[in-house]
Design a protein around this ligand. Structure first.
Ligand code: GLV
Ligand code: MG
Length: 309
């Protein structure tokens, strides 16, 4: 396998319709870790050609700070995908970090995007291989192929759960995206999230949870986001500025957990050193710490450091 790409924090991934220049401008100043400028479901079919132009202009104008700049193209069952990719990447390749491919159903679809990006990069004289791929899992076929999708190209940076399309595709009997339902005593999304998370962790990708559509109910957003964060997901989509702070907080560790993780790392370093007695395990207060504790602490400390704690 090739070297994993350096993955930047994606606690909050803000959806911005490419057809709306006012929203594109506003998104530049919002505190999301990532923006994705949408050519797919947030753009009506007749608005897509204009949206491609808006997106190219917005990317080239700059002003995005250190946000990760992503464009979501249409999926490969439509006739729009190739023109989305060619127009956006030829027009704004150096000002773009990733292409998001929705409704991915096979490794071959990711490979199509990888080859197309390489051809455009070579033709245009852009750095080859810099632009990453975000793969959205939104139906049963995508989920059963997720391991192959995660390995399909070294460009893949994230595996994203698309709950709305997924619920529709498996005939789920609920209209509240991503939320628990009183008629089902457990979490109907647990298996799907875990399967995506395992593929992401096995191949060094980030795992991102999708949207929550009740945008005025930030408490309900927090409940859904916390469940994904506790499993180990790296971030979640936000559809409205009001969801951004909640996502940034929930996908970073609490200050208490972060401080404790740094303490475990310091203590472990000391006790395994010559001066600390070269111990394999030791006590930190009432807690026994060993190599596995160090790994757990490294995850929390890593998330905190990435969030600037
Ligand atoms: C996002 O694209 C979703 O379908 O949930
Ligand atoms: Mg979708």
């Amino acid at each position: 396998m090739s070297e994993p790409r350096t993955l930047r924090p994606r606690r909050s991934c803000l959806a911005v319709p490419g057809s709306n220049p006012r929203f594109l401008e506003k998104a530049k100043g919002l505190p999301a870790d990532q923006v994705f400028l949408d050519l797919e479901d947030a753009c009506a079919p007749l608005a897509k050609p204009e949206a491609r132009k808006n997106i190219v202009a917005a990317l080239n104008e700059g002003g995005w700070g250190d946000k990760i700049r992503v464009v979501r193209v249409n999926d490969l069952t439509t006739h729009w995908t190739y023109r989305d990719v060619v127009e956006v990447v030829e027009g704004a390749g150096p000002n773009l970090d990733c292409i998001m491919l929705p409704k991915v159903q096979s490794a071959a679809q990711v490979q199509w995007l990888d080859f197309t990006l390489t051809q455009i990069e070579k033709t245009m004289g852009f750095e080859v291989g810099r632009i990453g791929i975000e793969a959205q899992i939104e139906n049963a076929k995508g989920l059963i192929e997720v391991d192959a999708i995660a390995q399909a190209s070294p460009r893949v940076e994230t595996i994203i759960f698309g709950p709305a399309d997924f619920m529709a595709s498996i005939n789920m009997k609920s209209l509240v995206v991503g939320a628990l339902h009183p008629d089902y005593p457990a979490d109907p999304f647990h298996y799907i999230l875990m399967k995506i998370l395992m593929a992401a962790r096995a191949y060094d990708k980030q795992a991102i949870d999708g949207p929550f559509l009740q945008i005025r109910d930030v408490d309900a957003f927090r409940d859904v986001a916390k469940r994904a964060a506790m499993l180990g997901f790296d971030g979640k989509w936000v559809l409205h500025p009001g969801q951004i702070d909640a996502a940034n907080e929930i996908f970073a560790p609490s200050q208490e957990d972060y401080d404790h993780a740094e303490l475990i790392l310091d203590a472990y370093d000391y006790y395994t050193s010559e001066a600390g007695g070269k111990k394999g395990s030791a006590m930190l207060g009432d807690e026994m710490i060993d190599e596995a504790s160090r790994k757990m602490a490294l995850v929390i400390a890593g998330k905190g450091r990435a969030a600037g704690m």
